[in-house]
Design a protein around this ligand. Structure first.
Ligand SMILES: Nc1ncnc2c1ncn2[C@@H]1O[C@H](COP(=O)(O)OP(=O)(O)OP(=O)(O)O)[C@@H](O)[C@H]1O
Ligand SMILES: [Mg+2]
Length: 272
């Protein structure tokens, strides 16, 4: 079995008015199927990309894989353990949660502006009881900062003192602080300039190699996944319409929807 397995993953949102309003206005219930029976598998140490237009259900899937949102149906299994297994103790759940971390799109919104970087990075160590004692935590913070290309002295600064790219490095360091095996990247570079984007993607790639990380990489930007992903799944209105190895998807797309996405992406040369 693959390291990460999504089986018939579905999520419905109830957009209905409250019951009493519906009775008065005679309006029917409105349900939105944001994710509809999606299946994919990710091998350990590889990157699986989900691409699709805005509203196709990418973040909804990300939130379910990381455990922030419960599926309406279907399941997610990580290393053979079902995330929704009700028989798991709180401790077991926490242990599983630690192994899956997320890097969000906006490095501006996802870091607490009132916390110093050192506190942001040591919080997961305390929450998951990974490293005890202030000295050991400080040492680990310095190590994390170095791993993402920042410096020891950055620990005492606040998020607003950094550029967008540096802030995304801090988000990555915070994810690494939990010593995860799976990282979900939801549009991690779409708020950044193209040159900075490339640096952050390269950092993610070298961290993957160093720590054997498994990535679920989410983006609307096919140019980004061409360099990152081993396999790509294409989402259209909550349905996974096509899945292929990266190079095959670019050279021989099957679905019209995929061809449409490709035609609006910049040309990608696999030989360079
Ligand atoms: N909490 C929610 N309540 C109601 N509807 C929601 C909720 N979250 C998402 N949706 C709807 O589900 C659909 C999928 O949203 P989702 O955020 O997963 O899309 P996305 O592919 O991540 O889009 P984007 O590229 O814009 O981030 C959209 O129609 C959205 O409006
Ligand atoms: Mg999204």
């Amino acid at each position: 079995m693959s390291f990460v397995v999504a089986r018939d993953l579905s999520r419905t949102f109830n957009l209905s008015d409250p019951w009493i309003v519906r009775k008065l206005t005679m309006r029917p219930k409105r349900l939105l199927k944001a994710v509809d029976a999606v299946n994919f598998e990710i091998e350990r140490g590889t990157t699986y990309a989900l691409v699709g237009e805005s509203g196709s259900g990418k973040s909804t899937i990300a939130n379910m894989v990381v455990g922030l949102l419960a599926p309406s149906a279907g399941s997610i299994t990580i290393d053979g353990q079902n995330l929704g297994d009700a028989s798991m103790s709180r401790q077991e759940q926490q242990r599983l949660r630690r192994r899956i971390q997320m890097v969000f799109q906006s490095p501006y919104a996802s870091l607490n502006p009132r916390w110093r970087v050192g506190d942001i990075l040591s919080e997961p160590m305390r929450a998951f009881k990974l490293i005890d004692g202030a000295t050991a935590q400080r040492k680990r913070v310095a190590q994390l900062l170095e791993q993402v290309g920042l410096s020891d002295s950055d620990a005492s600064k606040f998020p607003h003192e950094f550029s967008g790219g540096q802030r995304q490095r801090i988000s990555i360091a915070r994810a690494l602080a939990s010593q995860p095996e799976v990282i979900i990247c939801d549009e991690p570079t779409s708020a950044l300039d193209v040159s900075v984007q490339a640096q952050v993607l390269n950092l993610l790639k070298s961290l993957q190699k160093e720590f054997g990380l498994t990535y679920l990489f989410i983006t609307h930007d096919l140019a980004v996944v061409s360099t990152m992903a081993n396999k790509i799944g294409v989402l259209n209105q909550g349905v996974l319409v096509e899945e292929q190895d990266t190079e095959d998807l670019f050279t021989t797309p099957r679905e019209d929807y995929t061809k449409m996405l490709l035609s609006s992406a910049p040309k990608i040369d696999f030989d360079s």
